[in-house]
Design a protein around this ligand. Structure first.
Ligand code: AMP
Length: 370
C-alpha cells in the first residue's frame, strides 16, 4: 500500500494522464509523467516530467528510479517498455492487460474463452484469408486492424457486393480481424475498478453516442433493462478477475435484442480510465480518476454512487470555443485539457451536466452503496 506523498509514474501525457495527475494531487500524492510530446497536457499539472520516447530505456530507467508505482493512460504502451518497467517498479495494471488489449484478436479470443459473447470473428492475414473469413461470417461485417485502431481508425465496413480486394487495400494489408456486423440498439460501457486483492466496484452503466467515430455524449443511467445492466456489470467483474487487474478499466458493449431478451455483447476492453467515465468527475461520489489512483495505491475503493442523471459531452475541435457560454450555463461543469490548438477531431475538453432531481442508481439496485 502506498503512503501519502508517494510518487505515481504515468506513461502518457494526454488528457487522461492529466486528470489522473490532478486526482492524485487531491489525495496528497505526487506524479511523474513520461511522454514524448513536449506539449503534453499532463506536464502542466504533474510534479515532474520527462519528455522522452517510450523506447528510450535510459530515460525509462531514470523514470523508474523516481516513482513508487507506474500506470499508463493508453493501451499501446510497447510491451518491451512495460516489461522493462515492471522489472524495476510495480506496474499497475500489469503487462498482461496490455498484451491482451493491444491485439483485437487476442482480446476477442480472451473474452470468448471466458464464455462471454462477442461478435463472431475470424483472423485475417491476407486476401485469401479475408475471402475465407467472409464465407464463414457473412456480410455485412467490419474489417479491423488487429493493432493500433482507435476512434474508428483502422476499420472498414464491408457490405454485400463490396470489392474485398479494395477493402483489404483500404486497411493497408495489415493483420486484421473480421467481425460480424452487430445490429445494436445502443452502445454502452461499464467503467469499473479492481484492486489486487479482488475488491471490485463498477460505476453505473453509461450509454454512449458517437459522431464520426468519436465519442460525443455519455449519459447515465443507460436506458437498458435491469437484467442487461446486471449482465454488463458481471461481465466487467469476470474480465477484471481473469486479467488479475489493478486499476480502472472500461468494457464497451453493444446492446441487442429488446425487452426481456435484451442482452449485451462485448466490443472492446480499455485497460485504463475511459472517456465514457468522465461524467463521474461531477456525477458520482468518486471520480474514475480518483478510483484509479486508489486502486493502484492499494487504498480502499471509493463510493461509486451516482449523484443524479448525468450527461457528459466532449468538446471536439472548435466546440471548445463555446467555453465562455458553458461557464455561464448554470449547473454545467467545464473541464478543459490545456491544449493550445483546436484542431478538427481533437479532444479539447468536456462538459458534465448533472440533474440531481432524479433518483440515483435507478437501474442498478444491487450496486454497492445504493
Ligand atoms: P471500435 O474501434 O472497435 O470500438 O469500433 C468503433 C465503432 O464502430 C463502435 O463504437 C461501433 O459503433 C462500430 N463498430 C465496431 N465494431 C462493430 C461491429 N462488429 N458491428 C457493428 N458496429 C461496429
Amino acid at each position: 500500500m502506498l503512503a501519502p506523498g508517494s510518487v505515481i509514474g504515468i506513461l502518457g501525457g494526454g488528457q487522461l494522464g492529466r486528470m489522473i495527475a490532478l486526482a492524485a494531487a487531491e489525495l496528497g500524492l505526487k506524479t511523474h509523467v513520461l511522454c514524448p510530446d513536449p506539449d503534453s497536457p499532463a506536464f502542466q499539472v504533474s510534479t515532474q516530467h520527462i519528455c522522452a520516447a517510450y523506447d528510450d530505456f535510459a530515460a525509462l530507467d531514470r523514470f523508474a528510479a523516481g516513482v513508487d508505482v507506474v500506470t499508463y493512460e493508453f493501451e499501446n504502451v510497447p510491451l518491451a517498455t512495460a516489461e522493462f518497467l515492471a522489472a524495476r517498479v510495480p506496474l499497475r495494471p500489469g503487462a498482461k492487460a496490455l498484451a491482451i488489449t493491444q491485439d483485437r484478436l487476442a482480446e476477442k479470443t480472451f473474452v470468448r474463452d471466458l464464455g462471454i459473447e462477442t461478435a463472431p470473428f475470424a483472423a485475417v492475414d491476407d486476401l485469401p484469408g479475408l475471402e475465407a473469413a467472409v464465407a464463414e461470417i457473412g456480410l455485412p461485417a467490419v474489417l479491423k486492424t488487429r493493432r493500433f485502431g482507435y476512434d474508428g481508425k483502422g476499420q472498414v465496413t464491408i457490405r454485400p457486393g463490396d470489392d474485398l480486394t479494395a477493402a483489404w487495400h483500404a486497411l493497408g494489408r495489415q493483420s486484421a480481424i473480421l467481425e460480424g456486423f452487430v445490429s445494436f440498439s445502443r452502445e454502452v460501457s461499464v467503467v469499473a475498478a479492481r484492486r489486487a486483492d479482488g475488491a471490485f466496484s463498477a460505476f453505473d452503466v453509461t450509454e454512449n453516442v458517437h459522431r464520426e467515430h468519436i465519442l460525443h455524449t455519455s449519459t447515465v443511467p443507460a436506458a437498458l433493462t435491469v437484467e442487461a445492466a446486471r449482465q454488463a456489470r458481471s461481465i466487467a467483474l469476470a474480465i477484471g478477475s481473469a486479467l488479475d487487474y489493478e486499476g480502472v478499466f472500461a468494457v464497451e458493449l453493444f446492446v441487442t435484442g429488446c425487452a426481456s431478451s435484451e442482452r449485451v455483447i462485448v466490443n472492446e476492453i480499455a485497460p485504463r480510465v475511459h472517456n465514457s467515465g468522465h461524467w463521474t468527475q461531477d456525477g458520482a461520489v468518486t471520480s474514475q480518476f480518483e478510483q484509479h489512483v486508489r486502486a493502484i495505491a492499494g487504498w480502499p475503493l471509493g463510493e461509486v454512487a451516482r449523484l443524479g442523471r448525468a450527461e457528459m459531452t466532449n468538446l471536439i475541435g472548435a466546440d471548445v470555443h463555446e467555453w465562455h457560454a458553458l461557464l455561464a450555463e448554470p449547473g454545467a461543469r467545464l473541464h478543459l485539457y490545456g491544449k493550445e490548438e483546436a484542431r478538427a477531431g481533437r479532444k479539447m475538453g468536456h462538459v458534465v451536466r448533472v440533474r440531481r432531481d432524479v433518483t440515483a442508481c435507478a437501474n442498478l439496485p444491487e450496486n454497492d452503496g445504493c
